[in-house]
Design a protein. Sequence first.
Length: 533
Amino acid sequence: MESRLNPQKACDNTSGNRFRVFIGGFFHETHTFLDGSTPWNAFRTVEGKALTDLKGDASPLGGVLDFAEKYAWNVAPSIFASALPSAILSDDAVEKFWNHFEYHWKTNTSEPVDAIYLVLHGAGVSVSFPDVEGELLRRIRNLKGASNLPIFGVYDLHANFSQAMACCTDALVGYRENPHFDAKESGVRAASLLNRSLNSGIRPRQYLIQPPIIWPPTGTASASNPMKRLLQTARQLEAKHPEFWAVNINGGFAFADSADTGVSFSLVTDGQESIAREALEELSHIAMEYCEEGNVLEVPFEKVLFDLAHSDKSNVKRGPVILAEPSDNVGGGAPGDGTGLLRLFLQHRIDNSAVCLWDPDSVARLFQHTPGSIVALELGGRGSNFDKGPVKIDCELIRLSNGDFELEDKQSHLASVCGNRFDMGQCALIRHAGVTILLTSNRTPPMDLGQWRHLGVNPEELFFIGVKAAVAHRRAYDPIASANYLIETPGPCQSKISEFPYRHIRRPIYPLDPLEAIKLGSLSYNHTTNSNP
Ligand SMILES: [Zn+2]
């Protein structure tokens, strides 16, 4: 394949002429069914020298920076902006990011740049741009001096991968695990592919297929089918075809309503197009075969109580029962202040249980009291119209904290987003009738047990732990759990996705349309290639 790189430059690297790589990124998983919008000031940004200081960090950015040091790349740092999943992005947030990115491009390109490397999510939606990453990548490709550069990057398994993402880049590499404990490793994998391209002069192409399927986040765990089977097949395809640089299984993010929303597969190759297409079709057929299995729904709490009451006690594993509440999945954009599970604990008088709520107002009130005080509170229930509203109860204040904790698991899903530490903001631990409630000032995805232990709670000793997540909590909680359930409560991330008012998604699509309406033989797959020669 023809190379657009100067072959002399590619060879020069071995003699000490270092590749100069421009690094940056934008990371937001957008839930378009939430009220309001996400402004620029919701983003945590690192720029210039501060970005290179993230070397050694547990995130994908830390991964590429470690790789860059090892392979003596000369890093030209730009900006990395990330925010927790939340409502639709304001256009201003996208434009502000772009202004910073463009500024760094202009100030960094007085010396030649050999490549661009990006850390992305892939499910960003703004008011005017249904495919934020596609829009940004189009602009990046059109930057002065960037039209012929290799653009490589890493992205989240929940990306709604678009044609523009495939067309405007050489190679994007997705995470392979959900929970995303391989985020950093994936960043390194993408960096090593870029290194391969720089050293060989080979520019791969990308192909995309979007089968007519959406799965709720609960159906995208990599340890269960359909993802398990698809990921296995992807690894087999990579082993069988050395020309495949990467085969990506994208679970998609159901709550970002756009034409690209849903399951997709993308493939990076320097081989024949027909072989790439055949592989993508094979994956699509597997996805169709397993599509109902991916539509994982929640169960009523009463069913859990019934099951536990009738289980064989001699066979019961020790440890807490984990009750995940996907409807209030913080990692999916929900506020994390839903009262559904707390109400069930109170209603059924569940002793020795715990749940965490985002409630800065109550924390501020509690900071005016000392531990041991009984305080009348109105807890949670303000962040979503789906909720019944605040729970009014008297609680004993157990402990206060500044909420900054070091992650116990530096490879966790949370580490992929925030690095080594997480700041829950000021926190209060309170108790009411056997229910322990951790109140945080910042929304906190329940993906690391350090969240509890930092406040003196040993999660292993609890009977029920309520967690506001769909899948991402499992790496932290599975090792201590005696059982796991997905509990039905009201909230914006509940798994019955056919109940959401989709307007932009491609149709017909499962499960919004009956399976019979989607004939396997007449699927029109959406193939895309990038513009590389
Ligand atoms: Zn994800």
